[in-house]
Design a protein. Structure first.
Length: 116
């Protein structure tokens, strides 16, 4: 059974930083591309970043490029999203995701609030 468990969200002031974690189990983490998505109140879920199975390729949405960094530790079956220079527009629920033979899998999400 695939499990993706996000953590690390919270309340942060504009300009601050947070590091999200995604603990994965139930599939071969080291062979899967991992992605982060987010959904702000009243908006569609949007893709944020991805990292290939060995970390060799990363890609980012234009809205977070230069501020967010995706990484992974295959020994710990964990993906990360380092978020710097946070803005109020970054307020959203952040989801970890991957695609397995059963289709796209999602975690429950972690709430990030950027506010003064």
């Amino acid at each position: 059974q695939v499990q993706l468990v996000e953590s690390g969200g919270g309340l942060v002031q504009p300009g601050g930083s947070l590091r999200l974690s995604c603990a994965a189990s139930g599939f071969t983490f080291s062979t899967n591309t991992m992605s982060w998505y987010r959904q702000a109140p009243g908006k569609e879920r949007e893709w944020v970043a991805l990292i290939t199975y060995n970390g060799g390729i990363t890609n980012y949405a234009d809205s977070v490029k230069g501020r967010f960094t995706i990484s992974r530790d295959n020994a710990k079956n964990t993906a990360y999203l380092q978020m710097n220079s946070l803005k109020p527009d970054d307020t959203a629920i952040y989801y970890c995701s991957t695609i397995t033979s059963r289709g796209r899998q999602w975690g429950e999400g972690t709430q990030v609030n950027v506010s003064s």
